[in-house]
Design a protein around this ligand. Structure first.
Ligand code: 5AD
Ligand code: SF4
Length: 484
């Protein structure tokens, strides 16, 4: 079957190519790090589909293996080199039997280390950064000729314009929830963070491109769209009314698209939470009541050293306004412990901030010194043991808050969007409005549909519930039939 409405940049889809009997090849993409990398891995698969590459979940079956890497913390970057060590053996085995295996390193480690990767790991055929994904077919062809290709330029005018579009079949195979990148890069330069160096300056996609992609997702059956950006609420663009739009206005526009029943966005910066965005949380039912709004530290002194450019009080006031607009809002965040110079008192301020805000979920990390960032050159680096103790105390508090939030949902009814089979036979797993996975006994026919679920039990990470009979919900894509 050919889907003409969603063809790749080369004008053909993988389905066309296979129908023409061209010899199929397999690509295996291993994704590390954030949701943006998940989105990008799909874009790489889409770019290679017209070249006859099918996505495989088994590395042993692949002709091309791509590691889509993360550079945010030292551990994440080191994982790549251990994986390349394993791949060296796989490649050697292949070569013994006269077959070729091509290995590519993409993502933020590729961008940050470039040539160094090819030098440290000669097994690699291809190193390419996030600005080159639309050129993947050409880069693979060059590497296929035997030379090691390193492509880490930032010279793309509009890479999104050139990215291959997935076929409707490919979108469907990825499920009823989808990511949609609206913005990439960051101009904030927090002193601990490599993102401004690996992903470059902030770039926003146009309203037209975003609406078109959202429509294509909805037409292929996607019900929930999560807008992505390293600094997603810094997104801005010219609206059809000629005014400069921010993320709030964009969300109002996307909410009009037939078929999209839920919207989310991640990840945000407190300084970019403007009035229109808060109004979107107040007025749009389909904008889910879950907000990931990293603060990193509760100490004004540390926030200043991190170049976050806001105080703890500004963050508290912001959260008050957001909760006024949407009283059922669940807050999530990111925290770093052990930033250079962080004293016991500074850390106590972080614990106090967490107590005052009350998080439904959060991510917390030990500070990891990243080469080239201002933080790496700061005096007063914190001892690893102290970092570990602080992280344990913070995570203990955050887990207690997460459990308390989940427990508050016991006995409550909520809409769940079912995504896939659950842990046990006869079960499905879906997502609550607050993003927790919900395990429910339900027939497979409900995958891709919403239903009302009553929560019976909770754990730290999941909710458990049962279908509420007679609570079918008419959604834009059709009705949900719950068996009696
Ligand atoms: N060390 C530890 N954590 C970091 N993060 C970003 N850079 C570092 C670093 N150098 C965390 C921040 C950010 C999240 C994506 O990763 O909390 O919000
Ligand atoms: Fe990194 Fe700060 Fe930009 Fe977030 S806002 S990507 S932490 S520099």
């Amino acid at each position: 079957m050919t889907d003409n409405s969603a063809q790749g940049s080369a004008g053909r889809t993988a389905d066309d190519v296979n129908a023409k009997g061209r010899q199929g090849r397999n690509v295996f993409v291993k994704t590390y790090g954030c949701q943006m990398n998940v989105y990008d891995s799909d874009r790489m698969a889409d770019a290679l589909a017209p070249e006859g590459y099918s996505l495989t979940q088994v590395a042993d079956d692949a002709d091309l293996i791509i590691l889509n890497t993360c550079h945010i913390r030292e551990k994440a970057a080191e994982k790549v080199y251990s994986e390349l060590g394993r791949l060296r053996l796989l490649k050697a085995e292949r070569e013994k039997s006269g077959k070729r295996l091509m290995i590519g390193v993409a993502g933020c480690v590729a961008q940050a280390e470039g040539e160094e990767i090819a030098r440290r790991a000669p097994v690699v055929d291809l190193v390419f950064g996030p600005q080159s994904y639309h050129r993947l077919p050409e880069l693979v062809a060059r590497a296929g000729n035997g030379s090691t290709v390193v492509e880490t330029g930032f010279d793309v005018a509009d890479k999104f314009e050139h990215l291959a579009k997935p076929s409707a079949k490919a979108v469907r195979s990825r499920g009823v929830t989808a990511f949609l990148t609206v913005q990439e890069g960051c101009d904030k330069f927090c002193t601990f963070c490599v993102v401004p160096y690996t992903r470059g300056a902030e770039v926003s996609r146009s309203v037209g491109q975003i609406v078109e992609e959202a429509r294509r997702l909805a037409d292929a059956g996607v019900r929930e769209v999560t807008l992505l950006g390293q600094n997603v609420n810094a997104w801005h663009g010219e609206g059809p009314d000629g005014r400069n739009w921010g993320l709030g206005e964009l969300l109002f526009r996307l909410a009009e698209i037939e078929g999209i029943d839920r919207l989310r966005y991640t990840t945000s910066h407190p300084r970019d939470m403007d009035d229109a965005l808060i109004a979107a949380h107040r007025d749009l039912d389909i904008l889910m009541p879950y907000l990931h709004l990293p603060v990193q530290s509760g100490s004004d002194r540390v926030l200043k050293a991190m170049n976050r450019k806001h105080t703890r009080d500004v963050y508290f006031r912001l959260i008050e306004r957001i909760r006024e607009a949407r009283p059922d809002m669940a807050m999530s965040g990111d925290f770093i412990v052990g930033f250079p110079g962080e004293s016991d008192l500074d850390f106590a301020d972080t614990m106090d901030l967490v107590e005052r805000v009350g998080y439904a979920s959060a991510f917390s990390f030990k500070y990891s010194s990243r080469p080239g960032t201002p933080g790496a050159a700061m005096a007063d680096q914190i001892d690893e043991t102290v970092k570990s103790e602080r992280l344990a105390a913070l995570q203990d508090l955050l887990v207690r808050q997460q459990r308390a939030f989940n427990a508050s949902l016991k006995g409550k009814r909520m809409d769940v969007l079912f995504e896939k089979p659950g842990r046990h036979a006869g079960q499905l797993v879906g997502r609550s409005p607050w993003l927790q996975p919900v395990q429910v006994d339900a027939p497979e026919s409900l995958i891709g549909a919403f239903a009302t679920v009553e929560i019976d039990d909770v754990s730290t990470n999941s909710l458990f519930g049962r279908l509420v009979k007679g609570q079918d919900r008419q959604e834009s894509n059709g009705s949900v039939a719950i068996p009696a």
